[in-house]
Design a protein around this ligand. Sequence first.
Ligand code: FES
Ligand SMILES: [Fe+2]
Length: 378
Amino acid sequence: MYEDNLTNWDHSDAETALTLPSRYYYDEALFRLEAKTIHYRTWHCVCHRSEIESPGDFVKFDLLDQSILVVKGESGNVYAYHNVCQHRGTQLIKERRGKIKHSIICPYHAWAYQLDGRLRKAARTDHLKDFDPARISLKSVPIEEVASFCYVNMDTDTSPLADDVIGAESEMRRFLPDLDDVVLVNETDYVVNANWKVIVDNAIEGYHFQLSGPIHKQLASLIDFSGYTLEAHGKWWDFKGPPASVDTAFGHSVAGETYQTNWFYNIQLWPMTTIYAFPYADVIGTFNQIPLGPEKTLLRFGHYQPKSRSQSALSKAVVDWFNNKLGPEDIDLNVAVQQGLRSFGFDQGRYVIDAERGPNSEHLLHHFHQLVYHAMHG
Ligand code: FES
Ligand SMILES: [Fe+2]
């Protein structure tokens, strides 16, 4: 029904383009098209490798009506498969993470699957005609590791993630040198009444940093915006700035602190994975914008810290500050945008873009919207 207008989104010139039309942020039919063309066909970060360290460790990743299990096998291989029994379709595992002892047992008729997904035993089926348990297996999906994080894709014909994000891993390793050596210290989920793209849009511009709420201004005071850059590289982009010279950060002295980087560093892998570090904090953060519906998103914040160093007071304060101060301040902005996008008084705005692609420039939004639009409409 939108075909007429769709071809009209003139977005070729970032400097004059109008933003992605509002209906992309609330319309049910467009959301379904987006699920089919983006969410079910792209790579999603599930966990850090340390979360599935020993055989049986699993992490579950739910996306809309789909559920995927990532499991460490006996041999040390990591498997990813749909979280659904091959007998009558029961969902196998409910928990976000845990440890499977020996087999995954279906709660309905107790079919038992090995860690590699193969059916080990189907109770009371010996008499069945033409039934060979050895030929039954949970349905696997592609899994890949990039910079020690595990990604899955529900599209079995997908191209490798590594091909999509060439250059991203070395950039991550430059700013997050302890990537291989971190463990999860905190994971917090928030349900936000906003489209996932509202949250991405907000995350990938620095324009609002010094203009919105007081918590943003605290973060802005730690960054030297004269060196701030926002760069798009196809299916990944990053934005980063060197530290401002300060004595204290997040309420603690920075003297003697160890940290991944004293830069403000953020990288996003298309479509919804962000990995970041705040200045002076010995913490790697992950930030996933997982759609729940056209106007509802699960925001998942993970905080990881180096295994080999104890968590400093400053690093603890950062996790608390992010979960309880910056996060809520951004969420309020996201919800306010979502409410406005449905207004009869708004459809498209202007990207604020400067020729130098400086700290206030919204060119990453334009880049992201183009990826969304082209994924949906070819
Ligand atoms: S549905 Fe799983 S064993 Fe029957
Ligand atoms: Fe923000």
